[in-house]
Design a protein around this ligand. Structure first.
Ligand code: PAF
Length: 280
């Protein structure tokens, strides 16, 4: 497995494979790799001949310094996991390589980035679109795979790739879950055992939402109330939001239809977990 730390090295590696006629797949991550990431790698392998994993905790997309400082960075374990899963190349640059002195150019997303996570975390998606563009430019992939757990991120990146004629297939993969339903996330490892047990209220809340819709409830406020009650009943959980939005525009809906998506964020201490459910 090749480990690259500069964009030039990664581009040289990627170009070698492109020239040989191989499709290059990319899985961008911030490390602390888990089975959810490896499902993305397996999917990238289905779409490409060689797979690059990027590992970079991107300071531009964090709006809370404590969240950035506490984000797990087990790089040796991550490299081992990549090796064990047959990843062909890892790109693990340091921040000074990505954002050297004088760096001042950003990719500005449009209105898809203003709502939901974007409203709660100002500047977050501008940080994501900027770093993903840099990763795309260094890796020159044919295809890039992202998890649907970050539903809005996937929508923003799809829009960016289309708007800027990037010529990269953006593939979204269903969320991978723990046996008790909690969506796999690098942030889960920051939960105490008690918070981890309490966090099942997040998928339980989305299940309650889906059940309500399956039972015929269509009024968005009524559906949200059902889901919120599940989180409010858990003493270690602090509800942030549960919204029903249109899956394409991400605008709030008042009546649930087959394009609606439930998106939620819930806090456990200083750890914020997000999740979503397609209601179609
Ligand atoms: O989803 C993530 O892990 C990050 O937002 C990404 C896409 C790697 C950009 O830093």
């Amino acid at each position: 497995m090749e480990v690259c730390t500069t964009p030039a090295d990664l581009s040289t590696w990627s170009d070698r494979h492109r020239v040989a006629g191989r499709r290059v797949g990319l899985v961008p991550t911030m490390g602390a790799l888990h089975d959810g990431h490896m499902a993305l790698v397996a999917d990238a392998r289905r779409h490409a001949d060689v797979v690059i994993v990027t590992i970079f905790v991107n300071p531009l997309q964090f709006n809370r310094p404590d969240d950035f400082a506490n984000y797990p960075r087990p790089i040796d374990d991550d490299l081992e996991i990549c090796r064990a899963h047959g990843v062909d190349a890892v790109y693990a640059p340091v921040a000074a390589t990505m954002y050297p002195d004088g760096f001042q150019t950003h990719v500005e997303p449009g209105s898809l980035a203003d709502v939901l996570e974007g409203a709660q975390r100002p500047g977050h998606f501008r940080g994501v679109t900027t770093v993903v563009t840099k990763l795309f430019n260094a890796a020159r992939p044919h295809v890039a795979v992202f998890g649907q757990k970050d539903f809005q991120q996937l929508a923003v990146i799809r829009r960016m790739a289309a708007d800027l004629d990037m010529g990269i297939d953006i593939v979204g993969m269903p969320t991978v879950r723990e046996p008790d339903g909690l969506a796999m996330s690098s942030r889960n490892r920051r939960l105490s055992p008690e918070q981890r047990a309490a966090a099942v209220c997040v998928p339980a809340s989305l299940r309650a939402v889906r059940d309500a819709v399956a039972a015929g409830v269509r009024d968005a406020e009524a559906v949200v109330a059902v889901g919120r009650a599940v989180v409010d009943a858990e003493p270690l959980a602090r509800f942030e939001h549960l919204e029903l939005v249109d899956g394409d525009t991400l605008q709030p809906v008042t009546v649930v239809d087959e394009r609606s998506v439930a998106v939620t964020a819930v806090w456990f201490g200083d750890v914020r977990l997000i999740d979503n459910a397609l209601l179609g």
